[in-house]
Write a protein that binds this ligand. Structure first.
Ligand code: MOS
Length: 695
């Protein structure tokens, strides 16, 4: 139902360009690209959460078959300690640089051998002794070390007179919500194949942004970025866990330099859990007050998340409190708690996903106390302008999502009272939630060449981590060049840092940012197409253009409706229906867009019911760090999912694309928790909604 005034290639459903390569096994990933003279590295990781390495006895390891050597803090190449990320120096990158153990799972040595099996066996024989120091993993909102989070993503909200509004409220919900540490769980474990040649380093790496990885690796080695060549042509998922310059590419670059050979590190699933990244746990306190007519008067959202002292990080749980509802008083307070944990990284709708679970559960509780329909409550409190910033919305089709979702779901037939439906041993309930996710454009560069043979080559440092970005960008280029993808061939080159500066596949801003650069390059090329001497190349850099709507609040929106069945004997929760309506701007490819948001909704379902990293309090090691112990939704957990997009076209926006990488995930967990309440009459304020929490 996307009504798009300029539909051509954009708007048409097409399957993935590289689909055949993937299903036939011809697509090469970072751990299977052919490489002569390849050596293999195996990470040895810390088994305690805090302490120092006293000794590493490598004698036995070095005597084992095929072993080339062992790198540890005593002999590894020195890295630039100032190398970092967006926030500044990042100690999580400083692998093998000192004897400090800052978290369980920290890589503390790398064994290099002729085969992966030899490296793995030799790594198991390495004798590491440590001095154990007391660690702190005791996460909670009132932790004495809690400190205000960085406001680099935006200021805290503090509007209106909160105390006066609370005093005037007919109902006040004041509750706490907890979400556990979670793991990204991309299908392809992290891996890198790295070699050096003439002072240049080359890597085939599994990441979400080859350009930014090349910048960080160049900083670590203190070499020009032009000497770092990162390729990530095919990537088997990331979900935020592969945004960083990860341990495989850093450690393999060290080993390749030391041994003068290409080195590959392919980590195990267990190492993905312990040594790459996770979503931190959150604890959130929400106070929402409303008058008797269901007008919200106050939203007070306090949220805490854990991080590592090694690097700054923001789990921006309080973002939606500033966007979703009109209320005279809105206050947010985001708190970071430094603990001895694996440094967190953005995961599947960072901040917004745990944040919306808390906020949208609390809104549902307000509806319960007011004996009001939760959909009506939400419709009654829609703001005309962004409630905290005061900016106008670029487009806000949230009400369309709510109304159309409710219509398709059959929401109005629902009996509002909890425990009102039973089928044998099952209690049946339905629930809903809504959410927003920030949209925007980041600087990228692109070049397009009109070749002699009438084809076009589009080059952009984009990443396709399984989303279909390659296919979407081809459609964008086809329309921008005024050619059909079928008539005139477009060759698209992505996934290579040599293609120039580009935003990564992250923050739901990849395709939007890359499209912007492609549109600009195409515009320039069309101006030159009269030039008879092909090839003609046009390049664009959008750095100066991206802030084209500084006075608009730019967000995507969703409304999620669900029906659950709860087994009163076992506490098992089954999601029977899941329906999402989304407003994400223009939809480039409805087939791939639907796949992406239903994938996101499955992640939200998985978060609601299954996912939770558990740690042994004595060692701080994760006790369920594999797919046997860390449960994610499997096919049998997933019902038929309905997902669609409301028309959302903003004529002032040069591309009209707003991104849909994360909006599918963010609103789903609250909808399910609200449905479980409707089924059982019991609120679920702690995720996941385990059997023992239901009974
Ligand atoms: Mo996304 S969690 O910003 O890769």
């Amino acid at each position: 139902m996307n009504t798009d005034p300029t539909s051509g290639a954009v708007g048409a459903p097409r399957s993935r360009i590289e689909g055949r390569l993937k299903v036939t096994g011809a697509a090469r990933y970072a751990s299977d690209v052919p490489m002569p003279d390849l050596a293999h590295g195996w990470m040895v990781t810390a088994t305690i959460s805090r302490g120092r390495i006293r000794d590493i006895d490598a004698a036995g390891t070095l005597a084992m078959p095929g072993v080339l050597g062992v790198l540890d803090h005593r002999n590894a190449p020195r890295l630039n300690p100032r190398a970092g990320n967006y926030f500044g120096p990042d100690g999580s990158l400083q692998l093998l640089q000192d004897d400090v153990i800052p978290y369980a799972g920290r890589p503390i040595a790398l064994v290099v051998a002729e085969t992966p099996e030899q490296a793995r066996a030799a790594a198991a024989a390495l004798r590491v002794t440590c001095d154990v120091e007391p660690h702190d993993l005791d996460f909670h909102l009132e932790h004495p070390a809690a400190r205000p989070a960085s406001t680099a993503f935006g200021p805290e909200a503090d509007t209106g007179d909160m105390d006066a509004e609370l005093a005037a409220a007919a109902v006040v919900v004041d509750e706490r919500y907890c979400t556990p540490e979670e793991s990204h769980s991309a299908l392809e474990p992290h891996a890198a194949t790295v070699w050096w040649e003439d002072g240049h380093v080359y890597a085939v790496d599994s990441n979400q942004g080859a350009f930014s990885v090349s910048e960080v690796l160049a900083a670590l080695w203190s070499i020009d970025r032009e000497r770092v060549h990162i390729r990530a042509e095919h990537v088997g998922g990331g979900f935020g866990g592969k945004v960083a310059c990860g341990p495989p590419v850093i450690l393999a670059s060290m080993a390749a330099e030391r041994f003068g050979r290409p080195v590959r590190i392919a980590v195990t699933r267990e190492q993905v859990f312990e040594a790459t990244a996770s979503r931190p746990p959150t604890e959130q306190s929400i106070r929402v007050g409303a008058d008797a007519d269901g007008r919200l008067l106050v939203i007070h959202h306090r949220a805490a998340y854990a991080l590592s002292p090694l690097a700054e990080y923001i789990e921006w749980c309080t973002e939606q409190a500033k966007i979703l509802y009109a209320a005279p008083a809105i206050r947010t307070q985001l708190t970071a708690v430094p603990l001895d944990i694996l440094p967190p990284a953005s995961m599947r709708g960072p901040g917004a996903t745990p944040g919306s679970f808390a906020l949208e559960s609390a809104i549902d509780e307000v509806a319960e106390r007011l004996e009001m329909d939760p959909l009506d409550l939400r419709l009654r409190n829609q703001p005309m302008v962004a409630p905290v910033s005061g900016l106008s919305f670029s487009s806000r089709r949230l009400v369309s999502c709510l109304r159309e979702g409710a219509r398709r779901f059959g929401w109005t037939a629902r009996d509002r009272r909890p425990r009102s439906r039973r089928e044998g041993p099952w209690l049946i309930g339905s629930g809903m939630a809504t959410t927003s996710f920030g949209a925007g454009v980041f600087p990228s560069s692109a070049s397009i060449t009109a070749e002699k043979d009438e084809t076009f080559t589009v080059s952009i440092g984009a990443s396709d981590i399984g989303t279909g970005a390659r296919t979407a960008l081809t459609a964008v280029a086809a329309d921008a060049l005024g050619v059909g993808t079928d008539k005139i061939r477009i060759r698209i080159r992505i996934g290579d840092s040599d293609l120039g500066m580009a935003w990564g596949a992250g923050g739901s801003r990849g395709t939007t940012s890359w499209s912007f650069a492609i549109l600009e390059a195409a515009k320039k090329l069309r101006d030159n197409l009269g030039d008879p001497a092909r090839p003609v190349t046009a390049t664009a850099d959008t750095t100066a253009m991206i802030n084209f709507q500084p006075d608009r609040e730019r967000q995507t929106y969703s409304a999620v409706f669900t029906e659950v069945a709860v087994d009163t004997a076992t506490g098992e929760v089954r999601v029977r229906r899941l329906l999402g309506m989304f407003a994400v701007g223009r939809v480039i490819n409805p087939l791939l867009a639907r796949s992406q948001v239903i994938g996101g909704m499955i992640m939200g379902l998985s978060m609601a019911l299954h996912e939770e990293s558990l740690r042994d309090p004595r060692t701080g090691r994760q006790t369920n760090g594999d797919f046997a112990g860390y449960h994610i939704a499997a096919h049998a957990d997933v019902p038929d999912i309905e997902a669609d997009f409301v028309p959302d076209y903003e004529p002032q926006d040069p591309s009209g694309f707003n991104g849909l990488g994360e909006i599918g995930t963010a609103g789903t967990a609250a909808a399910i928790a609200n449905a479980v309440w409707h089924a059982t009459g019991t609120r679920q304020r702690i995720l996941p909604i385990r059997l023992d929490r239901v009974l």
